[in-house]
Design a protein around this ligand. Structure first.
Ligand code: CO8
Length: 260
């Protein structure tokens, strides 16, 4: 599959998607959103890929938002279609069934912050800046940022970040629970690859069900979510990986998970 605005690299069980429009700080135009959709579906279907890293090209930006050149000429109907199209792609990322690590190497603003929030885990360079500055353009988040940000950091912080539209540092993002970890900028990709390698050694079906239990379960009443969890737990008992994992512990050896 070929892409104009993405770079895809495969290294064993880990794939790296790089949004590659550095002159526009990796802003997401419709074509890039569609390329992301195709890349995510391709990597989801590829059983050899167990973990994905998502990052931006260059050292200045992860993604500086939706492409404002397109936003400037949108009409009500096309605006809604753009927002729904982007939401669909972010849903695909969130529910890909494999951990997706956002390696936030610079500005993650607007649609860029929304993209990072759809990822399973977020690691930020200490130089990164995050925010939802849409209000300054007379608009609001459209890739479900009002919802994901409130769920990740709580209503109080989300209201302030989205209404003020200011940028926050990676350290502040860590303190409010928006990112999992802050690392020196020069070490970001090495750290992301180390985490990806760790996760790639885990049982893929168990990881898929954990992501599903947390994502879907958070939208359910607690008691139903707990039953959903128990059902997925039960399903794991049918996997070779469960037998391998438990037997390896008893044999005092390292488990080799095959995703079966
Ligand atoms: N879209 C288009 N072009 C952009 C964008 C963007 N989001 N961000 C930066 N660029 C361009 C600049 O215009 C500039 O282009 P040129 O060199 O041709 O003048 C180039 O990238 C470099 O940017 P700057 O010169 O501005 O670099 P600075 O270091 O001075 O500033 C900033 C960096 C602070 C990141 C600044 O570029 C900025 O504020 N960018 C805009 C950030 C923003 O507002 N993002 C939110 C956009 S709205 C959004 O994401 C909504 C999502 C939901 C949409 C749903 C429907 C589609």
């Amino acid at each position: 599959m070929t892409y104009d605005n993405l770079l895809i690299e495969r290294d064993g069980a880990v794939a790296v998607i790089t949004v590659n429009r550095p002159k526009l700080l990796n802003a997401l135009d419709s074509q890039t959103i569609d390329e992301l959709r195709r890349a995510v579906l391709d990597l989801k279907a590829d059983e050899a890929v167990r973990v994905v890293i998502l990052t931006g090209s260059g050292d200045k930006a992860f993604v500086a938002g939706a492409d404002i050149n397109e936003l400037a000429v949108q009409r009500p109907t096309s605006g809604k279609e753009h927002a729904l199209g982007g939401q669909h792609v972010l849903d695909l990322i969130e529910n890909m069934g494999k951990p997706v690590i956002a390696a936030i190497n610079g500005y993650a603003l607007g649609g860029g912050c929304e993209l990072a929030m759809a990822c399973t885990l977020r690691m930020a360079a200490d130089s990164a800046k995050l925010g939802q500055p849409e209000i300054k353009l007379g608009i609001m988040p459209g890739y479900a940022g009002t919802q994901r940000l409130s769920r990740l950091v709580g209503k109080t912080k989300a209201m302030e970040l989205i209404l003020r539209g200011h940028h926050i540092s990676a350290q502040e993002a860590y303190e409010i629970g928006l990112v999992n970890r802050v690392v020196p900028a020069a070490a970001l990709m090495d750290e992301a690859r180390t985490l990806a390698a760790e996760l790639a050694g885990h049982a893929p079906i168990a990881m898929r069900y954990i992501i599903e239990a947390i994502n879907k379960g958070l939208e359910m009443p607690f008691a139903e979510a707990a039953i959903f969890e128990a059902t997925l737990f039960g399903l794991l008992a049918s996997t070779e990986d469960m037998r391998e994992g438990t037997q390896a512990f008893l044999d005092k050896r390292k488990a080799e998970f095959r995703g079966k």
